[in-house]
Design a protein around this ligand. Sequence first.
Ligand code: SF4
Length: 134
Amino acid sequence: MWGTVKISNCCYESCAFCRLRAGNSALPRHRLDADQVLGCARSAAKLGYRSVVLQSARDSQLSAGWLCDAIRRIKGETGLSVTLSMGERSEAELAAWRAAGADRYFLRFLTANTTLYRCCTPLPVMIRGGVCRC
Ligand code: SF4
């Protein structure tokens, strides 16, 4: 069993199929700070979980370094294994998170149809930059 910490649902992208897309102004947004994330991990450890999943949309306020620090704190203070689910990211971000101690990465598979994927997703997500409005 693992606990999932939904760090942020703020996203600067506009994938047509996703309710978290930037243009969905009806969605209440949230963003946890580092202490809140660590508090969730501590609670998971106390409840007997062995693993935690850190999940977020493409939130421009969450830097790669910020997440590296969060991973190190969770691993150092709780011993939980850490899985990330942060969407499509650059090789540099993935390498930094792995070096910080992340154990695995969840990446949702949407479709093998390139035409459909390009229709619904502003490509290439991983090399675009943006700023969240939330
Ligand atoms: S980048 Fe992810 S969270 Fe953001 S709109 Fe696209 S699918 Fe949704």
